[in-house]
Design a protein around this ligand. Structure first.
Ligand code: ARG
Length: 556
């Protein structure tokens, strides 16, 4: 235990204690800025601090600069630094202690005060297959799960199925109308029913009434319709699970809208007693002063998406205590989540952190939302198969399992590489380019690294690094940056920092490795040090692959 703490202290020394010192110094001059260590792209420097730039006209700027000079001068971790005439602070660090970090990354990135985090992502609706619109939620959600677990947080994931209400009632009504026996329905057939029933709902008043009747029966828990709903849900979940398994996703909780349905009425009663909701124009609204008014129940008594989400929070508060909930949901639902968080605050629910982790759309090559040729939503299963076939066509000799892993790599890496708020184009050719910024590139780098370790027959290397070249130094600094990149990804719930980082260290590795024939080196110590560095590279990539939800392949 003692040893663990010492190591942690060493790492903190690399970045955090220095940040603290500079922070304190700034505070003494009434500069209230959070010091931000940025990875530098200035030649000969590792990090850059830009916080001072805005204060060039500060009355005591010269005094501050002198103090920073003194502070950095005596800090043993700073090998070299400069403060430019525009007040950029450039730092080069001393790598004497880097082994302590690199040999114990996993312990070193654990945070001191873990939290309990609930991640609500995926969110498919029953009756519909998983489609391209689910890809980003699944990828980002899984990545945030793995990342939070890695730093020591406790994570519970909930797929939050859309398994109740009008869309489900429509399917049941349609089957009744067409004499389709839900019990024996196949998942493939179900896929056609959903769009048909929803267009019929908008075209035919008669069908609309039938669906509304079914919805009422559903809400009244009538036996016959409830039984049909049960079959429908089962078929759907089976097919959803199949696709999820193929894509490497799993969830702790398979709860959904239906699980909170019975909580809504008593919840509303309590809210009425507290004056938090009231009647307005025959409908039930939140009494909070807002424009527009927040609707809780329509005049026909039916509840809304928002109502279900409020009840879901209540349910979670009671059954799975959590500090924070992340909702990984399409940016188009922004207003919904603003209203949700605002409403539960107004309703005086226990204070917790809520965050809508929003994301943009995946477009096709023409920049239009990704659809099938006939305009329907593209199934994830089809996207998987197309990607699989494409990879197979460019490399026929690969083993099935390797192609499978590479397919998931492509579907995940390129997706996570884009800032989640931006839309992007799905471009299979670009995403599979072995020399581009792709999942294939990062896989290939770690395969090369594994191969050299294997050929060296020195799998259990340990000891101390002996850094002799710029390429080695750059790779070491790259590996040390993991902590900063993780902090950033966690702080903003943005896996793209990690995806970019993986590319960068893979690139640094390739540069380091390029014209070295490491195994033929005469100097045994040098050879050992280089192999050890490769091992550290592999440890780091393994962690980052894990955080992105990608499985490294053994060969390719
Ligand atoms: N099923 C919803 C949809 O398809 C997404 C659910 C997101 N999660 C939530 N708690 N609202 O739009």
């Amino acid at each position: 235990e003692k040893q663990k703490i010492d190591r942690k202290v060493q790492v903190m020394k690399i970045v955090e204690s220095l940040i603290d010192e500079i922070n304190n110094l700034f505070n003494n001059y009434d500069i209230n800025e959070k010091i931000d260590f940025k990875i530098s792209n200035v030649e000969n420097f590792d990090y850059q601090v830009n916080n001072l730039v805005k204060y060039q006209n500060h009355k005591k700027i010269e005094e501050i600069v002198n103090k920073i000079n003194l502070l950095l001068d005596k800090n043993e971790l700073i090998q070299n630094f400069e403060i430019t005439n525009k007040y950029f602070i450039n730092l080069k660090i001393n790598l004497t202690n880097c082994d302590k970090f690199l040999s114990n990354i996993e312990e070193n990135i654990l945070i001191p005060n873990p939290k309990r985090i609930l991640i609500d992502y995926g969110g498919p609706n029953i009756g519909k297959p998983l489609h391209v619109g689910h890809l980003r939620s699944l990828n980002i959600g899984r990545s945030l799960k793995k990342l939070n677990k890695l730093i020591g947080n406790e994570v519970v994931t909930d797929i939050h199925l859309g398994d109740w209400g009008m869309p489900v009632a429509q399917i049941i009504a349609y089957c009744e109308l067409e004499n389709i026996d839900i019990k024996t329905l196949k998942a493939e057939k179900l896929i056609d029913i959903y769009p048909k029933s929803s267009s019929l709902y908008s075209d035919s008043e008669e069908f609309e009434n039938l669906a509304k009747e079914k919805n009422k029966e559903l809400n009244n828990q009538e036996k016959e319709v409830l039984e049909k709903w049960g079959f429908l849900k089962e078929i759907s979940i089976d097919s959803i699970k199949e696709t999820l398994f193929l894509l490497g996703h799993d969830f702790d909780l398979w709860l959904g809208e239906s699980d909170v349905n019975e909580l809504i009425e008593p919840m509303i009663e309590l809210l009425k007693d507290d004056g938090k909701v009231g009647i307005d124009d025959n409908a039930l609204v939140s009494t909070q002063d807002s424009d527009p008014k927040i609707l809780i129940a329509k005049s026909d008594g039916s509840y809304l998406y928002l109502t279900t989400d409020i009840a879901t929070i209540k349910n979670r508060l009671e059954n799975y205590d959590f500090d924070k909930t992340l909702y990984v949901v399409d940016a188009r639902q922004k207003l919904h989540f603003i209203q949700l968080f605002q409403t539960v605050e107004y309703f005086n629910f226990p204070k917790r952190d809520y965050k809508h982790v929003e994301f943009g759309t995946i477009n096709n090559e023409e920049g239009k939302p990704f659809k099938t040729r006939d305009g329907g939503t593209k199934k994830l299963l089809d996207l998987y198969e197309e990607t699989y076939d494409y990879i197979k066509s460019i490399n026929k000799n690969l083993d099935k399992n390797v192609i499978h892993k590479l397919t998931n790599t492509v579907l995940t890496y390129s997706d996570l590489l884009t800032n989640r708020k931006t839309d992007y184009k799905f471009d299979l050719e670009k995403f599979t380019n072995i020399s581009g910024k792709t999942g294939i590139y990062v896989q290939y780098a770690q395969v090369r690294a594994k191969k050299i370790i294997k050929n060296s027959k020195k799998e259990n290397l340990s000891g101390q690094l002996n850094i002799t070249t710029d390429e080695e130094r750059n790779l070491v600094v790259g590996l040390l940056n993991l902590e900063l990149v993780i902090n950033q990804s966690i702080k903003f719930n943005e896996p793209h920092h990690l995806a970019n980082y993986l590319y960068e260290i893979s690139n640094l590795f390739n540069i380091f490795y390029q014209d070295e024939n490491i195994l033929n080196l005469d100097n045994e110590d040098l050879k050992k040090s280089k192999l050890l560095l490769i091992k550290y590279f592999l440890n780091t990539t393994k962690l980052v692959f894990g955080c992105l939800g990608i499985k490294p392949v053994e060969e390719m």
